[in-house]
Design a protein around this ligand. Structure first.
Ligand code: TYD
Ligand code: MG
Length: 462
């Protein structure tokens, strides 16, 4: 047999190197390179269907052809509804044929449940093969039964060998393959242990190739590791068309599915579900579920309107500011970026005249969701101020706005949308960027206070 070629892959950033070295040249991490066997010609054959069509990769290479873009016939991607509206939303309007979608999340968050429900819903339109490497077939059947899913529409396979899985796929031609989980997959073209980076990467690559050759859609389930990456290596994120993260707070029944990458749709789109005894239920109007629900306003709490994806959401930001015994007080952010919090506190000191240099500052976004947009800046600072002064914000107040380094309050997209949503939910007062404020200063029954500077915002918050 031809000698297998070897490459070295960084398990952190996924960069390729052709010789081993102690430090990854790409991301600078130490001791992250792991040996990876580039498949031999013999191993490629095991890749399954369509080998003859693969002339671009192996065998005779057709001479490259240059085409003017105007001559390229562009076809819209055919989409199939998954039967689950919130999942369709996050996918960008349904599942695209040949798309490979990585669904990541903590163990127990509900990945298998979600995909089993989707497979059942799609059984009429897109026959699927549900491949389980973690559970036995009887466990899968038991769950399907408990969820009242139609058992006759679901084909399952308990298998972890990619060659065997593809053999089955070639034979039964499903329109969709679910691989649960990608960490259990292995290919016999590599000698590395199952679960190792190179096995996971190569197994996923096989499925990706099969998907592209045959137009079969593929869901790869991936457990998130402690570091927060899928399967340790972020390599998979580069290989697939879409990466969806399934998140939730332990103890909360709400789950949020977020598109982190999507070649076929918008990123940051959120799908919201509630886990119940009949599995995951969609929450099509999730607007107000991320409020802590306390009857009267508490110090350190501020309600903001985010607009992750295409709909506004009311989300509560909580802050706890307390004098620190440490010479280097703590800044902890849960549900937002830590660096952003540090920057905002600096702006609060310099342009708001409020110093928290000797205080520990904890910020938490309620409901286990992650807020990534800058519209959270002002709500975070008002929550911090409210906790510091131990004084709640006025009742039924909402806040949003970006805070610039020179203390200016910048507008955010879709201000009108956000205001309407808040008014619908009975909020009475909004503190927002002046450029987002409507003329007349009212939306419905809500008074809108537009501010241009941080100092004005602090004043308006009282
Ligand atoms: P699961 O889909 O197995 O999670 P993952 O595949 O992401 O590891 O979901 C497991 C959890 O969901 C488990 O703690 C039980 C809970 N659950 C329910 O509450 N209701 C249900 O109907 C089902 C099927 C699971
Ligand atoms: Mg599972």
């Amino acid at each position: 047999a031809p000698k297998a070629k070897v490459a070295y892959v960084c398990t952190d950033c996924g960069a390729d190197h052709n010789k081993w070295q102690g430090q990854c040249a790409e991301c600078g991490e130490w001791n992250t390179l792991s040996e990876f066997v580039i498949e031999s010609a013999a191993a490629q054959k095991a890749g399954g269907a369509g080998a003859s069509r693969r002339s671009g990769w192996a065998g005779k290479v057709d001479p490259p052809k240059v085409t003017a873009l105007k001559d390229v016939v562009h076809t819209e991607h055919a989409r199939v509804s998954t039967g689950i509206g919130e999942l369709d939303r996050v996918l960008g309007g349904g599942l695209v044929s040949g798309a490979v979608v990585l669904v990541g999340g903590d163990p127990g968050i509900g990945k298998s449940t979600l995909l089993l429900q989707a497979v059942a819903k799609m059984s009429g339109s897109l026959p699927a093969l549900y491949v389980t490497g973690e559970e036995s077939l009887s466990q899968v059947a038991g769950r399907a039964q408990r969820l009242d899913l139609p058992l006759d529409g679901i084909s399952a396979l308990a298998e972890t060998g990619v060659e065997k899985i593809l053999e089955q796929a070639v034979a039964t031609k499903p329109g969709l393959i679910v691989a649960d989980s990608v960490q259990t997959l292995w290919t016999d073209s590599l000698t590395a242990a199952p679960g190792s980076v190179s096995q996971v990467r190569e197994s996923a690559a096989r499925l990706v190739r099969y998907a592209k050759e045959t137009g079969t859609a593929v869901f790869l389930v991936g457990h998130v590791t402690k570091e927060g990456g899928i399967a340790g290596p972020r390599v998979l994120e580069h290989m697939v068309d879409a990466v969806l993260y399934f998140e939730g707070e332990s103890g909360s029944r709400f789950r949020v599915l977020r598109a982190f990458k999507n070649r076929f749709g918008a990123v940051n789109e959120l799908g919201v579900f509630a886990m119940g005894d009949k599995g995951l239920r969609e929450v099509p109007n999730p607007s107000a579920i991320f409020l802590s629900g306390s009857a009267s306003p508490q110090p350190g709490s501020c309600v903001m309107v985010t607009r992750e994806g295409t709909r506004p959401l009311l989300v509560e930001v909580q802050a706890l500011v307390d004098s620190s015994p440490l010479s280097n007080p703590r800044r902890v952010a849960v549900g937002m970026e830590g660096n952003r919090l540090a920057m905002l506190l600096a702006v609060l000191h310099r342009h708001g005249g409020v110093g928290v240099g000797d205080q520990d500052v904890f910020v938490n976004v309620v409901g286990g969701i992650r807020v990534q947009e800058t519209a959270a800046d002002l709500p975070v600072l008002l929550a911090v101020l409210s906790s510091l002064r131990d004084r709640p914000l006025a009742e039924r107040t909402i806040v949003f706005g970006e805070v610039g380094l020179s203390g200016e309050i910048r507008p955010v997209p879709n201000g009108e949308d956000r205001l309407k949503e808040a008014a619908t939910h009975g909020f009475k007062r909004a503190i927002i960027p002046k450029a987002n404020a409507p003329k007349g200063g009212r939306v419905g029954g809500m008074e809108v206070v537009g501010v241009e500077r941080l100092s004005e915002a602090l004043e308006a918050a009282g």
